[in-house]
Design a binder for this molecule. Structure first.
Ligand code: PEP
Ligand code: MN
Length: 363
């Protein structure tokens, strides 16, 4: 059963989805390495009084064979011991039906599915089948690639297996050559998931997004500003000797500081002056959005006429020199109006792709 001390159930309607406690904090080492390491870390985490759940990887999906692949099932009793000492519920990653069986046997409180597993519908189906009927909360990390359909598919497979306590974890996406992040966040993907599944809690995993310690706070704050429901973060009593992901793990004391620095925002407020000001500005935004959309519709009608002329004269739809001209004009106008070049580029690109699609559609 779900533990009332780390979550409250807020049901807004009659369906079975449960919204987890707001600002849920899951913390713990990347990997359970020894009983001493896990218990020491758990005690320190419990002392900062902000952590709700203890995490630890038991089976580690490593990119290179030969690196430390987790202690396996022998680590599960260490988690139980850490829970007995600290009272913290436990969370473990599962990647196979055997992992699910072991974790359920030890009555681990929360399960999560890693990013390398979410990409595989076969693995997800095996996990869903093994979980059949379980009331345990299961968090699904985003797939390593920004394929929203795979993430949605994983939710649907679990839901079909009768799992009702599903949550999501945003841990960033694989990219090549990005030096700022280990897994760049691509915030638009989780934002879209929050729109599609407003009742599923969304946690941020700043550790795997950043891959190092120094950006963690910025990523945490962004997730709070985007109204995420909590954080899952790696913490080790002595990160420098950690067997996995040592560059990104932080001590419980550092975690405490980061959590104190974070500005937790209210989604709604009852202060009337503030609310009416917000409403007034939101009305302006709605009005401008409507205008933008009708302007866009006019623009697309013209693009369609151009498409017919191109077809009649047998010229290619894509005219690179014209596209460059449009882009240059938009960028200089945008910059003059304080819009960023990156934004203008992606905006014009989206319009251009849609124009080509319309021109390519037979009437
Ligand atoms: C982890 O949380 O330890 C982990 C392996 O993360 P991910 O699945 O995001 O790579
Ligand atoms: Mn890790």
């Amino acid at each position: 059963m779900l533990k009332p001390y780390f979550m409250k159930t807020i049901k807004t309607d009659n369906d079975k989805n449960i919204i987890y406690k707001k600002n849920l904090i899951i913390a713990g080492p990347c990997s359970a390495e020894s009983e001493e390491q896990l218990v020491t870390t758990a005690i320190e985490l419990q002392k900062i009084k902000k952590v709700d759940i203890l995490r630890a990887g038991i089976w580690k999906p490593r990119t290179n064979p030969g690196s430390f692949e987790g202690v396996g099932v022998k680590g599960l009793p260490w988690l139980i011991k850490a829970k007995q000492i600290t009272g913290l519920p436990t969370a473990v990653e599962v990647a196979t039906s055997k992992h699910v069986e072991d974790v359920l046997n030890f009555d681990i409180d929360v399960l999560w599915i890693g990013a390398r597993t979410t990409v595989s519908p076969f693995s997800i189906q095996n996990i869903a089948d093994a979980l059949n009927g379980s009331e345990k909360p299961v968090f699904i990390k985003n797939p390593v690639n920004p394929d929203i359909k795979l993430w949605i598919g994983a939710i649907e497979r679990l839901q079909k297996a009768g799992i009702v306590n599903i949550g999501l974890i945003h841990r960033g996406f694989t990219s090549y050559g990005n030096t700022e992040y280990r897994n760049p966040p691509l915030w638009q993907v989780p934002i879209e998931m929050k729109r599609l599944f407003p009742k599923l809690p969304m946690l941020c995993d700043p550790s795997h997004i950043c891959g190092k310690r120094n950006n963690l706070h910025v990523v945490m704050q962004t997730s709070v500003d985007l109204d995420y429901d909590g954080i899952i973060i790696e913490s080790h009593y002595n990160p420098d000797i950690a067997l996995t992901d040592k560059e990104q793990q932080i001590t419980p004391a550092t975690l405490k500081q980061l959590l104190q620095q974070t500005i937790w925002k209210k989604v709604h407020s009852n202060e009337t002056a503030f609310v009416s000001e917000l409403e007034r500005l939101r009305e302006q935004i709605n009005y401008l959005d409507e205008e933008l959309i009708s302007l866009m519709a006019d623009r697309m009608k013209i693009a369609k006429n151009i498409g017919e002329i191109k077809k009649n004269h047998n010229i290619t739809l894509l005219q690179s020199s014209r596209y460059n001209e449009i882009l240059d004009r938009a960028i200089s106008k945008g910059i003059a109006l304080d819009l960023s070049e990156v934004f203008i580029k992606s905006y014009i690109e989206a319009i251009h792709i849609e124009s080509l699609r319309i021109q390519n559609t037979n009437p």
